[in-house]
Design a protein around this ligand. Structure first.
Ligand code: PRP
Ligand code: URA
Length: 217
């Protein structure tokens, strides 16, 4: 599927902001080192979060300025949860916490089998109660979509309802799979890449996001 076809789905937003595109180019560069890579991942998460949180509910409260009293809006309640998919999703957490400092943070541990490319689960801990929270699931990479689909399945099994999934780079295969498996969630994509290769890596992509964030191999 093409970017234009995905854009007809109102639950999918593919970003075209020049700042995000510039930072993604730096991420792709294999000579970008760990410290800069981490910084960029957080900055992109924050820029994407600014847009993805546009629908946060507001309530008017009374505030006294140095001039007079007035009513002014603030974010209603403190009911957000950020849920990174381990490991790489952790890299986006601080960027989003800059926007939502009181959000609770859950964790979902999944790793992809190198041969089958299927996700294996090793951890799931979500803030409770999860039912009423806006849940932002983070993972820089949406490749086959298997990890994201399983993560959203876990969250729904625990009662999560209002779910947003945020990735920095998506392959068309994964975006199609996730949007079909979970048509009720909102999906935010920094850039839609060309395709998956035979090892289910995104092309041109940025390599292994977890290894590049944590300096492992
Ligand atoms: C990577 C990435 C996603 C997953 C995407 O994690 O961070 O979670 O692969 O692939 P998929 O869409 O085909 O499921 P990985 O399994 O390498 O684990 P890691 O973050 O611990 O390195
Ligand atoms: N996971 C990654 O980190 N990179 C890819 O290209 C695919 C899956």
């Amino acid at each position: 599927m093409t970017e234009k076809e995905f854009s007809r789905n109102k639950n999918i937003e593919i970003f075209d902001h020049p700042l995000i595109q510039h930072k993604i180019t730096r991420l792709r560069d294999k000579s970008t080192g760990t410290a800069e890579f981490r910084k960029l991942i957080n900055e992109i998460a924050m820029l994407m979060g600014y847009e993805a949180l546009r629908d946060l509910e507001l309530e008017d409260v009374e505030v006294e300025t140095p001039i007079e009293k007035c009513r002014s809006p603030r974010i209603k309640g403190k009911k957000q949860a950020i849920v990174p998919i381990l490991r790489a999703g952790l890299g986006m957490t601080d960027g989003l916490l800059n926007l939502l400092p009181t959000a609770k943070v859950g964790h979902i541990g999944l790793y992809r089998d190198e041969n089958t490319h299927k996700p294996h689960s090793y951890y799931c801990k979500l803030p409770s109660p999860i039912e009423k929270r806006i849940i932002i699931v983070t993972d820089p990479m949406l490749a086959t979509g298997g990890s994201a689909i399983d993560a959203v399945n876990f969250i729904k099994e625990k009662g999560g309802k209002k779910i947003k999934f945020m990735c920095i780079i998506a392959a068309p295969e994964g975006l199609k799979a996730l949007s079909e498996a979970h048509p009720d969630i909102q999906i935010y994509v920094g850039h839609l890449d060309r395709e998956l290769n035979k090892d289910a890596y995104i092309c041109p992509g940025l390599g292994d996001a977890g290894d590049r964030i944590f300096g492992t191999k």
